[in-house]
Design a protein around this ligand. Structure first.
Ligand code: NOJ
Length: 574
């Protein structure tokens, strides 16, 4: 979880192979699993495709694009929350976990979506928001109604006549205060996110049972995976001890991996995951490699994957430290080399666009750098997560006016800055670069009104560059970012070495080039990526003169270890 504002026609075959080989072990000792072979495509339903002209994306819209999704070469879809919600935080505030958000459609639509995905050999991973619910959830309404309500202990309450509770920082609150006073029972409730997202009390076994039963409800429908939202924060020390001054600057250190977190995950595994063929991934990986390991070590029977934020968090308005970036991916790989499995991602609905953050969005380099970044994500060891629109190299919208922003956390922070004499110009510059609304603008389907996203007024403005950057244009061009993306997904599916193979970094201190090999059994690949806007020379001590080039993002790939700006080359060495 990010502390600042702007905190997936070989498929079918590969996918079935993945399943049937689920008990096979490669020579190097890696257990084969379908979810390790998955390329996960993240869909932000609100902004993907609107079928009924109300300006909000919906399930029927996604259904209308299933053949497009399949054409990408992805074999799993992760959907952001689609449950009933008053949308304070675009669905991350759930008011009914067993129903579909009105804006998105009906349970019949969901059933059709799931069927349509499965018919195409694509798995469905759902987003489970289990650290908090909406304050409009029936549980919370009951809980706040009286101190003696049977639902009282579903949440964290602190009676107001006691000594004031120790300060807790809230990520999204307009005052950054996680304790909100509620007059109906004269008590404070805890909310790490917005005041409309009260934290659930995982110490309560009745609450835990209700959650597992709800999770099973979705598994029985046939979903294939669980993404656990903000789960590292679910366990708390409910004596709420004081934290040292300035603790909020390291939110994860103080809030993550609280007491019993592993007990809850083991219980969840036993009650839910173990009963189905599902993949599980947690947002956040704790504070250190041990935490991450403990979450995903198969012997511990908790989760399959967790994703860490250290590399993704490096990107700042001013740029990022490329050596640290390489080191971060390299260290994480080594931690999971023998046990556990990594998630590889650089973008989601919580970050601005990947090409602005890690590539170059200028007209000269946008396409090249986007192809280079896709090459990176799809040639690393670990399950890759691709955020919708990145296959087109969509860019940041960079809204100028605060009234164009929709993200509640940004709007609350704006208010906070105003109230506390913050530098508003600086704040506006920062959100233009990093606000998560940048990646939430409507998917750019074509050059028609609203980029073909909706016939109505879209809930958030379409990026004005949609006439140039859109799917329809890119379908016509064999060299487009989109068609390159299809080639790199196909390459990964065809070559188990790119999935399971040993990763070794080369030329570690090179300030511009990320060079590594991937090796499995008798196959070896070399990946060369220039992350800079200048010609760069690699120093890798490998003779590539006879190697086969499998994929390159320039029509004539460079030779002799020198790479053009944002050039990427995948070689097969043996
Ligand atoms: C993480 C989700 O990815 C983010 O979008 C959301 O705002 C918070 N968790 C709170 O649920």
């Amino acid at each position: 979880m990010k502390k600042s504002l702007c905190v997936l026609a070989i498929l079918l075959v590969t996918f079935h192979l993945g399943n049937s080989q689920s008990s096979l072990v490669t020579k190097k000792g890696t257990d084969k699993k379908w979810w390790k072979e998955a390329i996960v495509y993240q869909i932000y339903p609100r902004s993907f495709k609107d079928s009924d002209g109300d300006g909000v994306g919906d399930l029927k819209g996604i259904i209308s694009q299933l053949d497009y999704i399949k054409s990408l070469g992805v074999n799993a879809v992760w959907l952001n929350p689609i449950y009933s919600s008053p949308n304070d935080d675009n669905g991350y505030d759930v008011s009914d976990y067993r129903n579909i958000m009105k804006d998105f459609g009906t349970m019949e639509d969901f059933d059709l979506l799931l069927k349509g995905l499965h018919q195409r050999g694509i798995k469905l991973v759902m987003d489970f928001v289990l650290n908090h619910s909406s304050d409009e959830h029936e549980w919370f309404k009951q809980s706040k109604s009286s101190r003696t309500s049977p639902y009282r202990n579903y949440y964290h309450w602190w009676d107001a006549e006691r000594v004031k509770p120790n300060y807790r920082y809230s990520l999204f609150d307009v005052n950054h205060d996680a304790w909100k006073y509620d007059s109906s029972s004269n008590a404070f409730y805890l909310h790490y996110f917005s005041k409309k997202q009260p934290d659930l009390n995982w110490e309560n076994p009745t609450l835990r049972k209700e959650i597992y039963s709800m999770m099973k409800f979705w598994a029985e429908k046939g979903i294939d995976g669980y993404r656990l939202d903000a789960f590292q924060f679910a366990a708390k020390d409910t004596s709420f001890p004081a934290f040292p001054k300035g603790f909020e600057k390291n939110f994860v250190q103080y809030y993550a991996m609280g007491p019993h977190i592993h007990d809850y995950l083991k219980e969840m595994n036993q009650e839910v995951f173990s009963k189905y063929d599902v993949m599980t991934v947690a947002e956040g990986a704790g504070n250190n490699f041990q935490d991450a390991h403990d979450l995903v070590d198969a012997d511990r029977k908790e989760l399959n994957m967790a994703y860490a934020f250290d590399a993704i968090d490096l990107a700042k308005m001013e740029g990022y430290d490329f050596i640290k970036f390489k080191e971060s991916f390299t260290k994480w790989d080594s931690v999971f080399a023998k046990k556990g499995w990594l998630s590889i991602f650089l973008a989601s609905h919580d970050q601005a666009r990947i090409v602005n953050r890690f590539g170059n969005a200028s007209p000269e380099f946008r396409e090249l750098s986007s192809k280079m970044l896709s090459t990176f994500l799809l040639t690393m060891r670990g399950t890759p997560y691709i955020y919708n629109g990145d296959e087109l190299a969509m860019t940041n919208a960079g809204f100028q006016k605060i009234s164009d922003y929709r993200d509640m956390s940004t709007l609350n922070e704006y208010q906070y800055q105003l109230n506390h004499g913050g530098d508003i110009n600086q704040f506006m510059k920062r959100i233009q670069f990093e606000c998560r609304d940048n990646s939430r603008t409507p998917f750019q389907w074509d050059a028609s009104n609203n980029a073909g996203f909706s016939t109505g007024n879209s809930w958030i403005q379409v990026n004005p560059n949609y006439q140039m950057i859109n799917r329809a244009e890119q379908e016509k061009d064999q060299q487009s970012v989109l068609n390159y993306f299809r080639k790199i997904t196909a390459l990964r599916h065809k070559n188990p070495a790119l999935i399971y193979g040993k990763y070794s970094i080369l030329d570690r201190s090179n300030p511009a080039i990320f060079a590594y090999t991937r090796e499995l059994d008798d196959k070896k690949f070399l990946v060369l990526l220039n992350f800079s806007n200048k010609v760069a020379k690699s120093n890798i001590n490998l003779d590539v003169s006879k190697a086969k080039i499998l994929l390159a993002n320039y029509p004539i790939p460079s030779k002799n270890g020198s790479l053009a700006p944002y050039e990427s080359i995948v070689y097969q060495l043996k």
